[in-house]
Design a binder for this molecule. Structure first.
Ligand SMILES: NC(=O)c1ccc[n+]([C@@H]2O[C@H](COP(=O)([O-])OP(=O)(O)OC[C@H]3O[C@@H](n4cnc5c(N)ncnc54)[C@H](O)[C@@H]3O)[C@@H](O)[C@H]2O)c1
Length: 343
């Protein structure tokens, strides 16, 4: 039997556990796996592009457990009543190759992306950071805000989205949770006085959500929306002034903000900072950029976290996913066992 967490169960588990607690607890799993980064199989994700979006497969293994995620990114989906990003993922036992755990990952991706962003910001943002600007208040945004509060204590938000209804939704969801929220008049207003800027917009274009002039010294930028060839958010001038941190360089050069730069543009992989092998922030005036695209190891960590979290709970079901005859060579016998006997 394979354990399966469907949408209803992940929602019931999240409601019972609390979103902010899930986000902070998940960081422990993420950080542990980032600290053993060299022990994982790593490959840029396999992408199938179409005019409206992309469908991707994201595999990795630590030699004991294999994991993969199926995910799409279709920025125009909301205009058709559909979500920009949906996903599901699987864990498997490397020894036997048998799948062991399967989960919806639309919700889990929002958790893992926010938890990763906050984990990285904790390592790179100024320790006195207290205000975050958020450009893009769609699906990911509330999870980002809660992760930054849980890990960095950020309670003041300055928000902007080109869609007023998305801003209203964000305020409706988060104001009751005790955030101080300023609705800005535009992106420039949103980033004014912010210590951290999160960009989480969706547009299949080389957009300039932040111009160079909008970014003050000392800011940490958490850029999560540029995650596909031809889909970026930052003015390249910002990257020239900043120190840029990435997940897996080979994938980020294809998909991240640095696709706009020379192939040898210097970047630092964040696992090296977490291990103390590379420097992160070195001064209060330094601009740091997390050029996030989302990497398979984060999904592996999130799936392992969920697998442990739902163990001994009612928040999963067993499904009969693997045909497993008593005689491993007699799959045919399994298929014909219920058939009427022919004479
Ligand atoms: N890096 C990662 O690991 C990761 C993970 C998940 C999603 N993403 C990406 O993050 C982005 C956001 O995802 P989502 O699920 O929240 O999408 P979404 O479509 O729900 O929300 C995106 C929001 O951006 C707004 N927007 C678009 N262009 C804008 C602009 N120029 N200025 C201000 N607002 C603008 C839209 O109105 C919308 O409300 C997507 O591009 C997605 O691909 C990245």
């Amino acid at each position: 039997m394979v354990r399966f967490v469907d949408v209803g169960n992940i929602n019931r588990w999240a409601a019972k556990t609390g979103v902010e607690r899930i986000l902070t607890d998940m960081v422990e799993y993420l950080e542990r796996d980032f600290r053993r980064w060299p022990s994982f199989d790593k490959v840029p994700r396999v992408a199938s592009h179409s005019p409206l979006g992309v469908i991707e497969l994201m595999p990795t293994s630590d030699g004991v457990t294999y994991g993969f995620k199926y995910v799409n990114g279709h920025p125009s989906n909301p205009s058709r009543g559909l979500q920009t990003v949906t996903a599901f993922g699987v864990l498997a036992d490397v020894q036997s190759g048998y799948p062991t755990f399967w989960s919806e990952m639309t919700v889990l991706t929002a958790f893992r992306t926010a938890a990763t962003s906050a984990m990285v910001a904790r390592a790179l943002a100024r320790p006195d950071a207290h205000t975050m600007a958020m450009i893009g208040t769609g699906t990911q945004s509330e999870f980002q805000a809660l992760a930054f509060r849980g890990l960095l204590g950020i309670n003041r938000l300055r928000v902007w989205d080109t869609d007023p209804e998305a801003i209203a939704k964000f305020v409706r969801n988060l104001a009751p949770l005790g955030f101080e929220i300023v609705v800005a008049t535009g992106a420039t207003d949103a980033v004014t006085g912010a210590d951290i800027i999160t960009t989480c917009t969706a547009d299949k274009a080389n957009a300039t959500v932040l111009t160079d002039a909008m970014v003050a010294p000392g800011v940490h930028i958490n850029a999560i929306g540029g995650d596909c060839p031809g889909k970026t958010e930052l003015d390249p001038g910002i990257l020239h002034r900043a120190d840029v941190f990435v997940e897996f360089t080979a994938q980020t050069r294809i998909e991240g903000e640095i696709q706009q730069m020379q192939p040898d543009f210097p970047v630092t992989e964040i696992w090296q900072v977490l291990l103390g092998e590379a420097t992160g922030r070195t001064s209060a005036r330094q601009i740091t950029v997390f050029d996030s695209v989302g990497f398979a190891i984060e999904d592996f960590s999130a799936l392992r976290f969920l697998q442990d979290a739902v163990d001994q709970t009612p928040f999963y079901i067993d499904i009969d996913l693997v045909a497993d005859p008593d005689d491993p060579k007699d799959l045919f016998g399994l298929v014909t066992a219920g058939a009427p006997v022919l004479v």
